[in-house]
Write a new protein. Structure first.
Length: 360
């Protein structure tokens, strides 16, 4: 009986040797006393362990005690007996010959039939030292990038404010009314770009942004820079909004700026009260629609209007083309609505303006 049991153990060890020799990653086979039964070639090469002094010795005695690692003792002495297996158990250790190494240990206890004394532990060792070093380097580079982006953001914001101030000072000093109007338009565009850039920077880390607060903040900046206290106009954002990529949001913000400028210049030529410009952005699946509507002076016949050619119109057309969207302008006695639509909605989406006579 003893001889047969001894033969079974020998057969198990021979099988372990045969299997381990085919494994490319560092692998060690241990008996229940944690003595080395077999080890892969990659184990000897990676950790510079002497093959002739390995088999039959306790794992913790290898390399003159270099493998007597506290976390490894914990894994093999307590965790494995309790759980039977363990994956991605990370260990850092300084080896005399190869220096500090970070290892991921995967251990599993292999059970044979009941009553057998040939139970073994398979210990897989992945050297992730280089991988962890690259991860740390990547984290450091990302931190440096964030610092540089913050510095760039700060400088851009300051530069835009300086440019806007210079333009406004120039607008106040020129005698030509037409030149003053052009400079005021340029000032408004610079202010809007500053608002867009500031909000986009705050959302750049996640790659997308909520359009409702973004457009609200943009319109607040436009209202502050373009609508004085002596002008009874309201600029507001309505609807539930949606999410857009930062790149699309930038283009949509510039479109809103141009359309609001256009409404302020052409829709409210008289001193009527209750004037309002309403901006809406709606999403349905992959479709979206941006609308800018006013209740100012429009075409009396209610026909679809072709936008006049000009700088603002050219900007809107170019941005809409970039977004793969269509422009539609409807102008009538109730005002003008310009819609930028990506794909087609089943029903009407966008703001509905009250009749100017009903607006307080």
């Amino acid at each position: 009986m003893f001889r047969k049991q001894f033969t079974d153990v020998q057969d198990a060890y021979a099988l372990a040797h045969a299997i381990v020799d085919t494994v490319r990653e560092p692998l060690v086979v241990l008996d229940e006393q944690l003595r080395v039964v077999a080890a892969s070639r990659s184990f000897y090469l990676t950790f510079k362990v002497n093959r002739d002094e390995t088999q039959g010795r306790l794992l913790f005695e290898l390399g003159d005690g270099a493998w007597d690692i506290p976390k490894l003792r914990l894994l093999l002495g307590k965790i494995i007996p309790e759980r039977g297996e363990m994956e991605d158990y990370e260990v850092d250790h300084d080896f005399p010959d190869i220096g500090r190494r970070t290892m991921l240990l995967n251990a599993r206890k292999v059970f044979y039939e009941v009553g057998s004394h040939a139970n073994i532990i398979l210990l897989g060792i992945e050297d992730v030292t280089g991988k962890r070093a690259l991860e740390r380097e990547k984290d450091e580079l990302l931190q440096q990038k964030d610092v540089l982006l913050d510095e760039i953001q700060h400088r851009i914001a300051n530069s835009l404010q300086i440019i806007a101030s210079i333009i406004m000072l120039k607008a106040k000093s020129v005698d030509s009314e037409e030149m003053r109007r052009h400079l005021q338009d340029a000032h408004t565009r610079v202010i809007s770009v500053a608002a867009v850039q500031q909000h986009l920077h705050a959302s750049a880390a996640i790659g997308s942004m909520e359009m409702q607060p973004y457009l609200t903040r943009l319109c607040e900046a436009l209202s502050h820079s373009m609508i004085g206290d002596d002008r009874p106009l309201i600029l507001k954002v309505v609807g539930e909004g949606g999410i857009a990529t930062c790149r699309d949001a930038e283009s949509l913000g510039l479109i809103v700026t141009e359309l609001v400028i256009n409404s302020l210049k052409h829709a409210f030529t008289d001193d009527r009260r209750g004037g309002q410009i309403i901006v809406a952005y709606e999403v349905s699946g992959t479709d979206w629609k941006l609308s800018v509507a006013d209740n100012g002076v429009g075409k009396p016949d209610g026909v679809f209007a072709q936008p006049k050619s000009g700088l603002g119109t050219g900007i809107v057309k170019a941005l809409a083309k970039q977004l793969g969207a269509q422009i539609e302008t409807l102008s009538g006695p109730q005002g003008t609505t310009v819609s930028i639509t990506h794909a087609t909605f089943g029903g009407q989406v966008g703001p509905k303006l009250h009749s100017p006579s009903l607006v307080a």
